[in-house]
Design a protein around this ligand. Sequence first.
Ligand code: FAD
Length: 357
Amino acid sequence: MFDKDNQEAIELMVDLHNDVNDDALKLISEYYLDITNPIGTKITDISEKEISLVINVSDKKIDRVIKFPQEAKDSNEVSTFFYTFLNQARNKAPKNYPKTRIENLIEKTLNLKTYITKVTGKRTISSNILEITFEGGLEDLPDLGNDAFVYFIVHQEIEHNYPEGFKMQNFRDLGNTEKNPYSAAYYTIRNFRENAIDVWFVLHDHPGPLAVWSEKVVEGCEVAFWGPRTTFTPPKKTKEYLFIGDETAQPAVLASIENLANKENYKCFFETQDETTRFNYDDDRNKIDWIYRKKQAAGEGTELIKKIENLEIDTSALYVFGAGEAKQISAIRKIFKNKYGLKSDQMSFTGYWRKTK
Ligand SMILES: Cc1cc2nc3c(=O)[nH]c(=O)nc-3n(C[C@H](O)[C@H](O)[C@H](O)COP(=O)(O)OP(=O)(O)OC[C@H]3O[C@@H](n4cnc5c(N)ncnc54)[C@H](O)[C@@H]3O)c2cc1C
């Protein structure tokens, strides 16, 4: 049996594949399982040994199981096996078979660069958000705007000098072991300037290596990051925007609304702890609705979901961007899909972090 942590991560993975990666499941059904004309495929279960699927074909449902080559140790290994099956299906598919969302995302990572830059400033945004400014070494960092995010690779020694030519691949090669002195996580570019960026680091309970690093780091320290990428992709016909985010997603939301051509047509739901973690933002048109968790822990707030369940919205030309704790975001995505009937291209929901303690 997977432990509780891995079980939860796998449940989220199943939700995501069933909701968002239906095109990848179709490819696997057609060219890994050799099912002719599958209409829809859903994962029904993932165990250490196999993935179980139900596939709709014209008038019936077929149950199929794909066995792993060996028992999966954890959710990461399940993911790796899933990509292997997808790859094998791709190799058998005709050349003109359209790329799936996952494949497009992977393709986007192939040409990303690793940048080495320096901390040049720190500023308090709220009692749990710290802004860090990075300058230098970013001459050719592209300005993607919106929710552009990068993967920060920090060293356990704060005053570490990265080896000449250090790359993401060097970090990957060190593997996920205790011997690897680096830790990494995704962060959003809050402000982009020439050869400089600002990033907002959320300080949280049970701080991990990145939160600890952000508190300790001082001006002059080096850091590496890999990127950037974005997920904010509203369809052209969008007239209304709805943004939903906890503290980790607020930089992405603010950067995205500052990029909107017509600032009138948006609304934000910002979940935060309380008055002390709320920050000043020029919101004179009252577009931001702040929701306090109060005594509830980050990732366990219930007020935001209540709000989302009781919206009066016209969804015809709506695009929703939401990010935050993975289980919360998964629950919110389901409400938009099942209750409000949003199509998958009208929503971008991402679990930015996963509550484990
Ligand atoms: C595309 C993307 C963009 C992101 N942008 C930002 C950003 O701009 N700013 C930002 O602060 N984060 C952002 N995040 C989230 C950030 O990557 C995670 O919070 C990450 O887990 C932090 O790493 P850590 O080393 O501090 O904690 P970890 O080692 O990952 O976790 C340690 C413990 O802290 C808990 N934890 C992690 N994050 C939080 C949190 N925010 N609140 C409460 N508990 C937490 C975990 O459940 C775990 O128990 C983004 C994530 C993604 C995927």
